[in-house]
Design a protein around this ligand. Structure first.
Ligand SMILES: Cc1cc2nc3c(=O)[nH]c(=O)nc-3n(C[C@H](O)[C@H](O)[C@H](O)COP(=O)(O)O)c2cc1C
Length: 240
């Protein structure tokens, strides 16, 4: 209950609070209805928790895994994007443990979501933060066309509603393991990439590993930091 206030400034403050509260509720209701993009500002976007309940036998996931370069025209949901991001690098065990192993637990991989047509998410480039299972927008606008250009104009990169891009920050691992660390980072990217394929297989999404791209152009197209080495591009969407 609001305590009534007699002075003018106090009652204005109370009115302001009430208006703010009403606006907050209205925004929350619109978000629930999917009426406005979640990332209206540059605040982090909390992702829906990954769906862990689906009991699909591993053998079935493996036999269902395949590369698909055709996508339906509709959007993907934030849940579907969240499931793939979590599969790539989500926190899963212990204080720091992730879904993919990491040499020396140094975690040199970063995963970006290139969102073009993701429900309730403004088009843009988002960095996945495993801690908190959140997204932080790093570039605004739909970057699928320049990404496809960097990937030698492979049409499925542009046609998919979204893509994951796995990048390696080599120095996190070479600082401990020297040049051998490069090999470790590549192995880790392969593990993360296969996790994405299996999660897509489990959730009925289509994806393909794209490795043919010009590194520098990917960095520029997505406005990535200059020490980020793109290793895998995974366009994804609903099957046609
Ligand atoms: C390292 C690597 C790079 C790849 N690069 C591309 C690519 O640039 N474009 C593409 O369409 N597919 C690419 N693929 C997907 C392969 O073409 C695909 O895995 C292969 O045809 C076997 O088909 P499957 O994945 O359905 O079993 C790549 C796969 C790997 C493992």
């Amino acid at each position: 209950m609001e305590t009534p206030v007699s002075d003018r400034q106090g009652s204005q403050g109370t009115r302001r609070q009430a208006v703010r509260r009403a606006a907050g509720w209205a925004l929350a209701a619109m978000l629930l209805m999917g009426a406005v993009p979640v990332a209206a500002k540059d605040s982090p976007v909390s992702l829906p928790a990954p769906r862990l309940g689906a009991a699909v036998p591993l053998q079935k996931l493996l036999s269902g895994r395949s590369s698909s370069r055709s996508f339906g025209s509709g959007s993907v949901s934030l849940q579907q994007a969240a499931d793939l991001l979590w599969a790539a690098q989500g926190r899963s065990h212990g204080a720091e443990g992730r879904t993919a192993p990491s040499a020396g637990a140094l975690y040199p991989l970063e995963v970006y979501l290139v969102a073009g047509n993701v429900a309730r998410l403004e088009p843009g480039v988002y960095r996945y933060r495993p801690a908190g299972h959140r997204l932080v927008r790093t570039a605004a606008g739909d970057r699928r066309v320049p990404l496809a250009g960097a990937a030698l104009d492979q049409p499925w990169v542009e046609a998919a509603p979204a893509a994951l891009v796995i990048v390696g920050v080599y120095e996190r691992t070479t600082g401990k393991y020297g040049q051998r660390g490069i090999r470790y980072v590549h192995l880790e990217a392969g593990a993360a990439m296969e996790n994405v394929y299996l999660a897509a297989s489990a959730t009925g999404l289509a994806t393909v590993m794209v490795g043919a791209f010009r590194d520098r152009e990917v960095v520029e197209a997505l406005r990535l930091p200059h020490n980020a080495h793109p290793l895998a591009v995974l366009p994804f969407g609903l099957p046609p």
